[in-house]
Write a protein that binds this ligand. Structure first.
Ligand SMILES: C[S@@+](CC[C@H](N)C(=O)[O-])C[C@H]1O[C@@H](n2cnc3c(N)ncnc32)[C@H](O)[C@@H]1O
Length: 222
């Protein structure tokens, strides 16, 4: 699995994200707003920055950051923030999940969507997240399920309201989904590579939920 999405696919990726995932990111932002989470919120592996941008639009009492290992992605994220009118409310920086530029116990919420399957050393990243989180701070980690059923994929597409925005017809997506670099098989999150990394990390409290075509892992700092 390549760490970065190479040029020119990073630009293509931005187009896909723009069309396909923004509604999902809006839902995550609404959950943050409804739970009245305030303080520093960090999205790791932010890519084109669409999640922090949606949070900055909805959540007023938060300082939102996005980091990505790819300089190109950070340039795209900054441009997107400008175009969406939230440039002054969100900060994007080049940075690695293994070495985050935040003091210990300072971040209230860490997010990541589609990052975990890129990580060669997930335990190291989880421990780094643990370090920067405040006491009872949370991390919401989302990643794709390569082995979701056709029905689960269909339900997720419907829930996001993106049936008409798909860049390829659904019957093609459904066939190529298991071969796309969108995540791991479910078992890898539960017992395999990712599950093992969580259990070996400093986090003692976590929850894993299957939500259609992806998993949501919540980690709590004690
Ligand atoms: C599949 S993209 C997901 C982007 C965005 N979060 C989304 O959901 O559209 C994964 C991103 O993780 C970044 N990435 C990979 N390894 C990383 C690391 N060690 N630290 C920070 N970012 C990383 C890649 O550059 C890429 O932009």
């Amino acid at each position: 699995m390549p760490e970065k999405i190479p040029w020119p696919f990073n630009r293509f990726y931005d187009r896909c994200i723009n069309q396909m995932f923004v509604k999902w990111f809006k839902c995550i932002a609404t959950e943050i707003k409804d739970r009245k989470i305030s303080g520093i919120i960090l999205d790791i592996g932010t890519g084109p920055g669409r999640l922090p941008i949606e949070i900055a639009k909805q959540v007023v009492n938060a300082k939102v950051f996005g980091v990505d290992i790819s300089e190109d992605m950070i340039k795209i994220a900054k441009r997107n923030a400008k175009n969406e009118g939230v440039y002054d409310r969100v900060e994007f920086n080049v940075g690695s999940a293994y070495n985050l530029c935040f003091e210990d116990n300072t971040v209230v919420l860490v997010l990541s969507t589609g990052l975990v399957h890129h990580l060669k050393e997930p335990k190291r990243a989880f421990d780094e997240i643990y370090r920067i989180l405040k006491h009872r701070g949370e991390a919401w980690i989302y990643d794709g399920r390569k082995d979701c059923t056709k029905e689960e994929l269909k339900e997720t597409v419907k829930r996001f309201g993106i049936e008409k925005d798909l860049i390829l017809p659904f019957w093609i997506i459904e066939r190529i989904w298991p071969y796309m670099h969108i995540g791991y098989k479910t078992e890898d999150y539960i017992l395999g590579k990712v599950g093992k990394a969580i259990r070996e990390s400093k986090f003692k409290d976590y929850d894993l939920r299957i939500e259609g075509a992806y998993v949501r892992i919540t980690l709590w700092k004690d």
